[in-house]
Write a protein that binds this ligand. Structure first.
Ligand SMILES: [Mn+2]
Length: 406
């Protein structure tokens, strides 16, 4: 029998991005990073399957995109349903990658499985306590101005409980991402710290791929409730290459003002080494590669890295036509270890494409000004980096290596 004083144990994961690099009908056989995501998703759920927690929360972006094959959804929810079947309630927040709704949600039908497909507060019992989980799906338009209202729509005030958690998929002021430590502040898709409610044990949120716990606002004042991000289960972009990946195990106890967070433990998940290398032609008057020099430097660069690396090689300087075949997928496949994910980018080509795009944008802006209609603006999270929206632009995908799964 659980004693009423025992803390409630919560497993909190987010941003599993299932379906990342996992095409339904692959045109070429190669090692897919998607299997790493699937395996970490299952590893993260293991403590729940072993009966070691009282609740499970997935903070959103279960899937990498909104259109995924039913089999992938079936597989993902089979694990969650198995947990729900043991009597452990499971909560899922639809994220921005799911376009705020879980695809093929028929696979999520279980009385112990709760999907926040609209603002709602669910009350469950664990360790002899009543726990309210308020939540809402990713709010696509100006969550900054609308958060107070959306929070009210969950109906959290009308439930008498011992503990209260808010589940969501959003940036909160002060969250940081990327190698340049970008801090989210005032954008329309960033929730104000001053709007965070009193009376909650904690805010459990997905969306920020770097694990962090916020306890202060931008001025250093204590938040009414801590905001916890477990981060993504695997690295979705090179902006995350230095980050550890994992999930959170929380213990919460009743107390005044909605209970207290007694402890939080970050549990690391395996992530393959992610490495970025730059190759420059030898110093000298010419900035062009010779075929021989490029071949040698590529082979050497690959031999220096762990064979299971997710490696991006950026080649600077110009690559003449006779050396182009060296960076073709077929050739790269021959010179790299079979378990490596290799991507080669030609920086000069990318710079040219960027310049072309800029010119096109300028022309479009001029035309737009003439008709007097403002163009749509990207959200700040999207502008700030790949840590938030990891879908690679098409030109970065073109040279991804193709090889059989090991
Ligand atoms: Mn995400």
């Amino acid at each position: 029998m659980p004693t009423p004083s025992a803390p409630v144990r919560i497993l909190f994961l987010a941003d599993s991005h299932l379906g990342f690099d996992l095409p339904f009908r692959p045109r070429v056989e190669r090692r897919r990073r998607g299997h790493d995501f699937q395996s970490n998703y299952e590893l993260a759920l293991a403590p729940a399957k072993a009966g070691k927690v009282d609740l499970v929360v997935h903070g959103g972006d279960v899937f990498h995109r909104s259109r995924v094959p039913p089999s992938l959804v079936f597989q993902a929810f089979r694990s969650l349903t198995e947990i729900a079947e043991t009597g452990v309630p499971v909560f899922v927040v639809p994220g921005n990658h799911e376009r705020s709704r879980i695809p093929h949600s028929r696979f999520a039908a279980h009385p112990n499985l709760y999907v926040f497909d609209h603002p709602e507060t669910y009350v469950v019992e664990a360790q002899g306590m009543r726990i309210a989980l308020a939540g809402f799906p990713y709010h696509r338009k100006s969550v900054r101005s609308q958060f107070p209202q959306v929070l009210e729509e969950t109906g959290w005030r009308h439930k008498e409980v011992d503990l209260r958690l808010l589940c969501m998929h959003h940036c909160v002021e002060g969250a940081t991402v990327g190698p340049a430590e970008h801090t989210f502040r005032h954008a329309p898709d960033v929730i104000r710290c001053s709007d965070l409610p009193n009376g909650f044990t904690a805010v459990l949120s997905g969306h920020i791929h770097r694990h962090q716990v916020l306890s202060q606002d931008l001025q250093g004042r204590r938040l009414p409730t801590p905001v916890l991000y477990p981060g993504s289960v695997e690295r979705t972009a090179f902006a995350e290459m230095e980050e550890e990946k994992g999930y959170l195990l929380l213990k919460v106890s009743p107390g005044s003002r909605g209970g207290t967070l007694a402890s939080h433990e970050f549990v690391r998940l395996p992530a393959r080494p992610m490495i970025l290398r730059d190759l420059h032609p030898r110093p000298g008057p010419s900035t062009a590669w010779t075929r021989e020099a490029l071949h040698k430097r590529l082979v050497t660069a690959l031999s220096l890295e762990p064979s299971n690396a997710v490696l991006r090689v950026r080649i600077h300087g110009s690559v003449p036509p006779e050396a182009r075949e060296l960076v073709a997928a077929r050739h790269l496949r021959r010179i790299s270890p079979p378990e490596m994910n290799l991507e080669v980018l030609l920086e000069e080509d990318r710079a040219t494409r960027r310049a072309t795009r800029r010119a096109t944008r300028r022309a479009t802006r001029r035309a737009t000004r003439r008709v007097g209609r403002p163009g749509p603006r990207a959200g700040s999270a999207e502008r700030a980096g790949k840590a938030i929206d990891p879908s690679l632009p098409a030109e970065q995908l073109q040279m991804v290596l193709h090889r059989p799964v090991q």
